[in-house]
Design a protein around this ligand. Structure first.
Ligand code: FAD
Length: 407
């Protein structure tokens, strides 16, 4: 006679749910091991230092100066730029780092993009050898922070032809007069790149202005923004500011040279827009896995899953478009229209994705404490700055048809 052994009582393990993953197509695998290590280092900084405090700063409309020492230690000033004390590395690395920043907070990515891309980029692309030697090393070390002043209160999309800020040459000095609006970092930075129309030849020229010590330079903080609230945007007034010829960007002779900077930075905004989607998506997935309704996680409902799937498809599309864009940029082949289409596409998809993320959170989607609201609001600014959606599409439209629809 055999004694049958009773089966052990089944104990149910809690289900292991997949962690939110916004790299569904493994685009990070396109980086080298060395580059990936740098991206991971930046991610560590963002997750441990930025994420815990950023919502409070966003709600308070304030910049987290307490983060600057750790930011400097990251040693990422001048990523993608070679020489002059810059960190160097590939343009892909720069793109992924900006995307990582935006994944945690689009304001931090914008602060970095303005300093590193727009301000340092202007000197790197349009400065003389001497100017690069003088200005880029302290900016790469983030001892001096920069801003970029192109937009004016009355001239936004039409800056190519209509700048009202003027530059008048008197011997070896230029006299600048006018106003600039929306200028990120300008309320506290050290170096302002100011674009003005030369009264002699009517061409746009760039100037490196030491704003803290130049008489006639003043800035007023723009209040009551609903997006990118951590970035301090200012309205600059230049009243008879005297700038030495040595501070005029020597390789810049017209708006065409300004546009070379914008081509590089507007494609960087596409990386930001993609990171913004990744952040919102990851928060939404986590929420959907945890939030219970009708006795079940909302992530188990088909309609919620559809929203998440659509968000992920947007992210994948943007990441793959960027992966090809960066190849073209690295080969020096990215055209204005290609930079414009990737900016237009990724920022418009960002608006869609963050709105769906907000929807997944229901009412909590409009509370900044749940993070998604921050991405939701920030996507609006990213969609419009560095050339609006319409302006990007006009650039693309001209490349498609051969007709310029600019008025
Ligand atoms: C948060 C934030 C940060 C910024 N940071 C900076 C910065 O650091 N430095 C800087 O120089 N600028 C900065 N900007 C300015 C930004 O680049 C401009 O807001 C942008 O270029 C649009 O200009 P605008 O706001 O004057 O809009 P407008 O040019 O007045 O446009 C208003 C609307 O009209 C549309 N429109 C205009 N012309 C046409 C046309 N020909 N055909 C069809 N539609 C048209 C536009 O697409 C838009 O929808 C920032 C803006 C924001 C919101």
């Amino acid at each position: 006679m055999t004694t049958a052994t009773k089966p052990a009582k089944e104990t149910r393990q809690p289900r292991q749910l997949p962690p939110p993953n916004s790299d569904f197509y493994d685009v990070y695998e396109t980086l080298s091991a060395e580059e990936l290590a740098i991206v991971k280092q930046v991610r560590g900084f963002l997750e441990s230092k930025v994420a815990p405090i950023i919502t409070k700063y966003w709600a308070d409309d304030a910049f987290p100066f307490e983060l600057l020492p750790a930011f400097k230690e990251l040693n990422i000033g001048g990523l993608g730029m070679q020489g002059y004390g810059c960190r160097g590395g590939s343009l892909a690395l720069l793109g992924f780092v900006v995307m990582e920043m935006a994944r945690i907070d689009p304001s931090i990515a914008t602060f970095f993009g303005v300093h590193d891309g727009l301000a340092m980029g202007s000197i790197y692309i349009d400065g003389s050898e001497e100017q690069k030697q003088k200005w880029l090393p302290p900016m790469a070390r983030m001892e001096k922070i920069g801003c970029f002043g192109l937009t004016e209160p009355l001239v936004g999309s039409g800056t190519a032809g209509g700048l009202t800020t003027t530059a008048k040459r008197e011997g070896d000095t230029w006299i600048l007069n006018g106003q600039k609006k929306w200028i990120g970092n300008s309320t506290w930075c050290d170096v302002s790149i100011i674009w003005a129309r030369d009264l002699a030849d009517n061409q746009v020229k760039g100037f490196i202005v030491e704003n803290k010590t130049t008489p006639g330079f003043s800035v007023e903080k723009i209040q009551n923004k609903i997006a990118l609230k951590v970035v301090q945007n200012g309205q600059i007034t230049l009243k008879d500011c005297r700038i030495p010829e040595a501070n005029r960007l020597q390789a810049d002779t017209s708006f065409r040279d300004t546009a070379r900077v914008l081509r590089m930075t507007r494609y960087l905004v596409a990386w930001e827009a993609t990171g913004c989607q990744m952040g919102a998506y990851e928060h939404a997935v986590k929420y959907a896995q945890e939030r219970m309704q009708f006795g079940k996680p909302i992530g188990s409902f088909q309609l919620v899953q559809e929203l998440l799937a659509k968000m992920l498809a947007n992210i994948v599309a943007c990441q793959c478009m960027l992966a090809r864009s960066v190849q073209l940029e690295t080969e020096g082949k990215l055209t204005d229209a290609q930079a414009a289409i990737v900016k237009a596409f990724c920022t418009s998809k960002a608006r869609e994705t963050v709105a769906w993320a907000r929807e997944v959170l229901g009412g909590n989607g409009i509370l900044v404490d749940y993070n998604v609201a921050r991405f939701f609001a920030d996507a609006e600014a990213i969609y419009s700055y560095e050339g609006t959606y319409q302006m990007q599409n006009l650039i693309v439209g001209k490349a498609i048809t051969g007709f310029s629809a600019f008025v």
